[in-house]
Design a protein around this ligand. Structure first.
Ligand SMILES: Nc1ncnc2c1ncn2[C@@H]1O[C@H](COP(=O)(O)OP(=O)(O)O)[C@@H](O)[C@H]1O
Ligand SMILES: [Mg+2]
Length: 657
């Protein structure tokens, strides 16, 4: 181990990359060993799924960028690629696009189909020039496609997407130049009844022309049985840039889905569509044909193990390929943080997606190296980074859902400065108190702003987990929504620090006897004669205190349905009381400056408050055993007061059976 540590890379070199795929490619690690081929990537390469859905930061753009960079040689995607990523101007064009005689979704589908056709056409024109792709002769159909592009201002060197789209949209609404495909626009098209029908008719001609060119070239295999090659991969990413809650935005995305489905059928094996969609956008769509897309969906998921792999891959890419997992998690990082294995500590406090992991890990490195100039990351660094990270994430969550749930941030106070375990009834009480204000500020969302609605949303965004049996389940691991009979919710670890909700239930910590350990350690108490003198009253009282603690602990352990986190929290505090009582050597209380009567009374006071907090937590719904624990504590309070107040040995013990 010592040898291993000696050759650890310096902390300054360690970096986990940039937190968005675009910058991670140019100045980070993504394409330099930092990319992890996950299920979503493999499905994309294999052409199994058309919709890659993931939350912000889950790695949609990373997959897209890896695909763009892929080459046959390294087992990646070898076919042609084209990317459509609408900027503000293009998005504006699409959102505004309307056709008289067609419903919004269908009109938007037509403009997307036009975009796809143009991108496929541009690919064809450059593809025929590829060395050895399809022989020397350029088929007439490809020449026609080329002419079409030129005549409609869509050549490869034409202007920006937004400008071209403006022109294309106008063409669809009036007339495109279709002479390249043998159609005299003005004559042949004007007979169509409506704008919508005319646009659809024109598009059919364009798509037909493009499809014929693919066929004549034999991209998907020739009629003579010649083998084709991998299809053109047409990808759409970054839709979130042009997304808002307006109905036009909704139509824009639905139109995209419809168009993609249409194009997949129209171009057959020559073109494959791949849409990267943010989960909050996709999940907020409402349209009749939504069920037709379930088979095309793939949701990006990340496990803790996958995030560990990602961390190691990135640590290696930045600090040296020979770095081992042990060196990373036991040498550079401290072995344990807050009594947990460090990697579990870190990844348990992230929502399961690479952006979070990268941010947290970089923050640890920066806290240790930049702020403190250390060689290694300490437990304190990770804890400090964790607090900062938690604050970031709470803010980011509100931003991530700003469009779908603009009121999200206003729900956070319901969880501030209390325990992180909340029952439905407790939450109901808090929600009722806030409902008036919420409805006043967000009148359009009154329907969602009910207790059930809020629980569903907070579960859906990963803020709350729900207790199922002995597990706490989050939306990322289980798609079953919160059921009406489920009553116990846990705030995700990621947000607890920022909310000041770091213990399971809102109980005050037991404060140990001041400076006791120091005095015991320094041997500042009188010499011990234990065993030779009869036990004095102090010792007997301390014995009673220990007995109370054991009795409470036993009750907690019998409360089998009490949420484990709350049970552990109570156990931890009672354990500290017990430690104190047991640390005082027999006969030494007075010389240590401990007034046992007073200590017993103040502990009884602490217990009383503890019982009240347990009852107030709402965990006691008659089945969880929380009530039993609280009542046991109350009984012990009465008993301790009696023994401390009265003379020991008589009535003090008679209350117990
Ligand atoms: N499969 C992966 N392997 C390695 N790094 C990844 C992977 N997926 C995402 N990342 C990294 O995670 C961060 C967020 O990913 P990004 O693609 O920007 O998310 P999205 O586009 O879904 O919002 C980026 O730094 C990216 O490089
Ligand atoms: Mg992205």
């Amino acid at each position: 181990m010592a040898e291993g540590v000696a050759r650890l890379p310096v902390l300054a070199d360690l970096h986990f990359g940039r937190e968005d795929a675009e910058r991670d490619v140019t100045e980070g690690l993504l394409l330099r060993g930092g990319f992890l081929p996950n299920a979503a990537y493999r499905a994309a390469v294999a052409g199994r799924k058309m919709l890659i859905i993931g939350r912000k930061g889950s790695g949609k753009s990373a997959i897209r960028m890896q695909l763009m960079a892929d080459a046959d040689a390294d087992g990646g995607y070898g076919g042609g690629k084209a990317l459509v990523s609408p900027d503000e101007a293009a998005g504006e064009e699409i959102r505004r696009f309307e056709l008289q005689g067609l419903p919004g979704d269908s009109a938007k589908a037509l403009i997307w189909r036009y975009l796809f056709a143009v991108h496929a056409a541009r690919y064809l024109v450059s593809h025929v020039k590829d060395d050895g792709a399809h022989g020397r002769r350029t088929p007439d159909s490809v020449k026609a496609v080329h002419r079409f592009l030129r005549q409609n201002g869509e050549s490869a060197d034409a202007g920006r997407l937004g400008e071209r789209l403006a022109q294309g949209a106008k063409g669809l609404q009036t007339s495109l130049s279709l002479e390249a495909f043998g159609v005299k626009a003005a004559v042949d098209m004007t007979r169509e009844a409506s704008e919508g029908a005319r646009a659809a008719r024109q598009l059919d001609v364009v798509e037909e022309g493009v499809a014929r060119a693919f066929e004549e070239l034999g991209c998907a295999g020739g009629r003579d049985g010649a083998a084709g090659h991998e299809p053109l991969l047409l990808m759409v990413d970054e839709l979130e840039v042009v997304w808002s809650a307006e109905p036009d935005s909704n139509s824009m995305v639905i139109g995209l889905l419809l168009a993609a489905k249409h194009a997949a059928g129209r171009y057959g094996r020559a073109v494959r569509l791949l849409l990267f969609l943010r989960a909050d956008i996709y999940d907020s769509l409402t349209f009749g044909e939504g069920d037709k897309f379930h088979g095309d969906e793939l949701r990006i998921t990340w496990t803790e193990q996958a995030l560990r792999d990602l961390a190691l891959a990135r640590a290696r890419a930045s600090a040296g390929a020979r770095l081992t997992e042990t060196e990373l998690w036991r040498g550079i990082f401290p072995e344990r943080v807050a009594d947990e294995d460090t990697a579990s500590h870190v990844f348990g406090r992230c929502l399961p997606r690479p952006r979070d992991a990268i941010q947290f890990l970089n923050l640890c490195q920066e806290t240790a190296w930049l702020t403190h100039g250390r060689e290694r990351i300490t437990e304190g660094d990770v804890l400090r980074a964790g607090r900062q990270f938690s604050a970031w994430k709470l803010k980011d969550l509100a931003l991530e859902y700003l469009v779908a749930h603009p009121f999200l941030k206003q729900l956070f106070p319901l969880f501030q400065n209390t325990g992180y375990v909340v029952t439905r009834s407790t939450l109901g009480g808090r929600f009722d108190a806030a409902a008036g204000t919420l409805h006043g500020r967000f009148p359009a969302y009154a329907e969602a702003l009910t207790l059930e609605g809020v629980v569903d949303i907070l579960y859906g965004v990963g803020f709350l987990g729900v207790r199922r049996g002995n597990d706490v389940v989050f939306a990322a691991d289980d798609h079953l929504p919160v059921q009406p009979h489920e009553t116990e919710f846990h705030v995700h670890r990621c947000f607890r620090e920022a909310l000041g909700a770091t213990s399971a239930i809102d109980i005050r910590r037991y404060e140990p006897l001041a400076a006791l350990s120091a005095r015991i350690a320094s041997g500042a108490h009188g010499p011990q004669s234990s065993g030779t003198t009869p036990r004095n009253r102090d010792d007997l009282l301390l014995g009673e205190l220990s007995r109370s603690c054991h009795s409470i602990l036993a009750q907690v352990s019998r409360a089998v349905t009490l949420t484990p986190d709350a049970g552990a929290e109570i156990t931890r505090q009672i354990g500290r009381v017990l430690d104190d009582a047991q640390r005082i050597p027999p006969g030494a209380a007075l010389s240590l400056g401990v007034h046992v009567d007073g200590h017993l009374l103040s502990t009884a006071h602490y217990f009383e408050a503890l019982a009240a907090r347990i009852l107030a937590s709402g965990l006691d719904d008659g089945t969880t055993g929380a009530g039993g624990v609280a009542h046991r504590i109350e009984e012990e309070v009465r008993r301790l007061r009696r023994v401390a107040g009265g003379s020991y040995g008589s009535s003090g013990n008679s209350g117990r059976s």
